[in-house]
Design a protein around this ligand. Structure first.
Ligand code: DC
Length: 231
């Protein structure tokens, strides 16, 4: 049985993690949400007061990189890998708007990307992995066996994220969420180091009209066609 590396990239809130989770479960693979790493580092920056408005104290952050431990642990209750920052489970904290609104600033620092990419490649060493993010198919695993690029309109994405946030203790308005998504699209596609773009050999999937299960079935079919022995 051949174990694959599956890369899922795309814009913010396109359902990459949902697809990656379902896919990993179907295949018996591990799932790593690479965005959670950038979010955890952003939380560290906020909690250690290394940010003032839109300015990050990059020098302090880079000097402290060795004291930022990020790892994932599988939680059987939620059936997913959850991210830990220096021993604390921060899975919920990193989804708050205060983190979402700053994470692109952290994710565009070249040294931070290099650090995160090294960690991501280590996690993929034993294969059998589904990783989602922005540069997985282009930079982290350019030789991934399957590359999916998810897309859909900013309005549909904002509606989805808004509905998710309503379930939390810190809801935002739809307009705030839409603005945050548009802003992240801009920063993610325009940054100098590994900007968000579709790898040449990626398969484009627009899931605007598809449910998570329908998206999963399309991707599973693709995998089965290309790699009949992958699971
Ligand atoms: O997928 P997400 O919304 O949790 O990602 C959070 C931020 O991290 C997003 O603004 C872009 C950045 N990111 C990145 O630059 N590269 C990745 N591989 C994953 C996320």
């Amino acid at each position: 049985m051949r174990k694959l590396i599956i890369a899922i990239d795309g814009y913010s809130s396109t359902g990459k993690s949902t697809l990656a989770k379902l896919l990993a479960k179907s295949l018996g693979y591990i799932h790593i949400d690479s965005g959670a790493m950038y979010r955890a580092i952003t939380l560290y920056v906020i909690e250690n007061k290394m940010i003032d408005g839109g300015n990050i104290d990059e020098e302090s952050l880079l000097n402290n990189l060795d004291s930022i431990d990020i790892h994932f642990e599988y939680n059987p209750e939620t059936q997913q890998n959850e991210v830990f920052l220096n021993g604390e489970n921060v899975e919920k904290k990193i989804r708050q708007m205060k983190v979402s609104s700053k994470v692109s600033l952290v994710a565009k620092i070249p040294e931070i990307r290099e650090h995160a990419v090294n960690l991501q490649r280590k996690l993929g060493e034993s294969k059998g992995i589904v990783m989602d993010g922005r540069d997985i198919g282009t930079t982290v695993f350019p030789k991934a066996d399957i590359k999916i690029f998810l897309t859909t309109s900013a309005e549909i994405r904002a509606k989805r994220r808004y509905n998710e946030l309503l379930k939390t203790e810190q809801p935002s308005t739809y307009e705030e969420v839409l603005e945050n998504i548009a802003e992240r699209d801009r920063t993610d596609t325009q940054r100098k180091v590994s900007p968000l773009r579709m790898a040449e050999d990626a398969i484009l999937v627009d899931n605007g009209e598809l449910s998570p299960q329908q998206t999963l079935q399309i991707v599973l079919q693709l995998i089965n066609e290309r790699f009949p022995n992958s699971h």
